[in-house]
Design a protein around this ligand. Sequence first.
Ligand code: FES
Ligand SMILES: [Fe+2]
Length: 449
Amino acid sequence: MISAKENRRLTDVTRGAAAGFVLRSYWQPAALTEELTPECPIVPVTLLGEELVLFRTEDGGYGLLGRHCPHRGADLCFARRENGGLRCTFHGWLFDAEGRCLEQPAEPADSRFHEKLKHKAYPCQARNGIVFAYLGDGDPPPLPEHDCLEAPDSHTFAFKGLWECNWLQALEVGIDPAHASFLHRFFEDENPEDSYGKQFRSGAAGTEVPLTKILREYDRPKISTEDTDYGFRLVTTREIGDDTVHYRITNLVFPNAIAIPMSDEMTITQWHVPIDNRNCYWYSIFTSFGEAVDRELMRAQRLQEHTLPEYRPLKNKSNNYGFDLDEQRRKTYTGMGMDINVHDQWAVESLGPIQDRTQEHLGQSDIGIKRYRRLLKKAIEAESTEGLPFRPATGRRLNMRGPVAIDVLGSASDGECWKRQDLTRRKHTGWAKDPWQEDRWQKELPGAD
Ligand code: FES
Ligand SMILES: [Fe+2]
């Protein structure tokens, strides 16, 4: 339980607000690359409460400008793409991707008024299906070397979905490992061969036991957290027999992402990105440590659940998330179908547009949520980008590799079995870097802190 004032401080991401400063100090997903096509090269983007326009430049890059023209406020989503920038269709002012005003054709020919103008502009870079933007002050940090960003394009698939609630409650469901035994409970296990592209269906690495069975039958996990250079790791264990433990390794990637296992071969890195204080998008990169992903199939699966262009889930509050009482009795815990994204969406939206945390009662199983809020408070109190935790550009050497996200069945006395299992699959990829080697390098390097 926290005070109303503290709740506002942690959830408000508008420009000038404390949490808004923190989120702006890291690269944030602004759009999927698939949203910008030759037929649609300019799209509106609302990010952290700011109305923006994202466009492809003629040289294949991206520009992100304030949506409203600084002359009289016309909508630049209807601009013409010219000279690597946008020309407003109201009076023809031309802006480049850095926000410089290059031309004001209706002004006197010798006017230098345009030189005094600087329109809002943010740097962007695209990686593995997502256009990332940096809305912070100063130079952006480098993109971290996380698996989802290092993997070849062929081994990743990116998608997004709209949730109508504040970003913090959306993130907090991802660092709450206990909920999976209830919210995502299936009363029957699926044939793992039908599980491609679905979460919680295939077994833990090195076993045939379906994860749905483990989650269903062992609902009182032990959860611990460990500090890392990118945030923290959650180690969730379920004792499922004589000396057999299910280890589930998930991660909080500061400030607003999680990295979790999806199947034996795949992981999901998911950012919870504020549109404004009452709406957010989850952006996910699915990363395969095995074969190249079947992107067509994965996209088709998700388009069965979402409508474009908003990526709004078909099941939502307006239709009770497809709730079916008979299904709840016989098939799933929620009665809201087999897609776990819908379960999570119901859970986080049902807390209200901005959860009232003055009324909650956190238990021991909420250790991840408590830890995250302490981190966010620490970051808010840092007040400058130099003082922020987990930001490579601050000069501190940070191990931003991995993170390891995996499900493994192993011995109770072998608490590191998941590291070995992860290293084995990493070696087979040819591209995945060894996060532990980097860790050793960092510790051994003189001057590293
Ligand atoms: S409003 Fe854009 S040029 Fe006048
Ligand atoms: Fe969930």
